[in-house]
Design a protein around this ligand. Structure first.
Ligand code: ADP
Ligand code: MG
Length: 295
């Protein structure tokens, strides 16, 4: 590859809304045959809204919203933003938080009104001896079957509620997956979210059920990329979150959503400036064409 031809590719990339770290990046896209897509914020809009408050027997909705809303107000996670905004809408001003711990890929913990509150995955509450009571297990399963992301809320030794947030698939994601397939790439969905939500999103955009990896903790995302590489695949990864940074760095080609976090953008080789997933296909086509021209 001659430097001049690669520079032309880089300039064309800028026109398409692709920022390329260096011309040599185009070379590493040549052999890409698999493209791993993060779900939240990449395939979906990532702007979730609170759509349901499911209560354990005897629990007041106002208490749940005040405590969970206050705690989530301190977190930047898309689920947290939805919970905090929905709670503020329904109950008004939220109380202050004393201690706050972010538990990446699991949830948050903190002290509100003198009570230690947990909000996050069911597994997080179970690990703290706050298993969901049967009525919440049933309600949560129904919400997830409907495509919602359900997070549990607990305090003082008891799971109290399940909050349901929903996130829409971006209107262009299915088209993006079609274009990636047309280039001969195998699309894979990777998410920390639950299996039911992941399956619904995969079906909507055209990713095979066998290529869905759900309930993956942030540090395990790298392992999924490594496992695919161990199968002799050359892997591109598209992501937006702090949680995706290590996986973007591990991938043979890391594509960061320009609408995502600085950590993802720093870890990626390319940035899709407008956060348009269809441009991922343009980037790969551009790299291939640039390299063919210079042969
Ligand atoms: P993704 O891989 O889809 O971007 P994450 O790895 O960030 O998702 O999170 C995985 C799951 O952990 C979320 O779907 C949610 O259930 C839970 N979670 C993470 N952070 C929070 C939070 N601040 N509040 C509630 N739940 C959270
Ligand atoms: Mg994400």
């Amino acid at each position: 590859a001659t430097p001049t031809a690669l520079m032309v590719g880089t300039g064309r990339g800028a026109q398409l809304g692709i920022l390329i770290k260096g011309p040599e990046v185009l070379e590493s896209t040549r052999a890409v045959d698999t493209i791993v897509l993060d779900k939240t914020g990449t395939v979906t809009t990532g702007s979730m809204t609170l759509t349901g408050v499911l209560l354990a027997d005897g629990v007041e909705e106002g208490d749940v919203l005040r405590l969970a809303g206050a705690l989530e107000h301190a977190s930047e996670h898309p689920v947290a933003r939805a919970v905090a905004a929905g709670a503020a809408d329904r109950v008004g001003e939220l109380p202050a938080v004393d201690g706050f711990t972010n538990l990446p890929g699991l949830g948050v913990e903190g002290v509100v009104d003198g009570r230690t509150v947990l909000v996050g995955r069911e597994q997080l509450l179970r690990d703290r001896s706050q298993p969901l009571p049967p009525e919440l297990v049933r309600a949560k399963a129904a919400a997830e079957a409907g495509g919602g992301t359900a997070v549990a809320v607990g305090w003082e030794g008891r799971a109290r509620a399940v909050l349901v947030v929903a996130d829409a698939v971006k209107p262009d994601s299915a088209e993006a997956v079609r274009r990636l397939r047309a280039l001969g790439l195998r699309p894979v969905l990777l998410t920390g979210d639950n299996a039911a939500v992941a399956a619904a999103v995969a079906a909507e955009v055209g990713i095979d059920a066998a290529d869905v990896h759900a309930e993956v903790l942030p540090e395990e995302k790298v392992a999924v990329i490594r496992r695919l590489q161990a199968e002799s695949r050359t892997v591109a990864m598209v992501g937006d979150g702090v949680n995706d940074a290590a996986a973007l760095a591990q991938a043979d080609l890391g594509l960061a959503m320009g609408t995502g976090t600085d950590a993802a953008i720093e870890a990626g080789d390319l940035t899709l400036v407008r956060g348009d997933l269809r441009v991922a296909a343009d980037a790969i086509r551009l790299a291939r064409r640039t390299l063919t021209t210079i042969k």
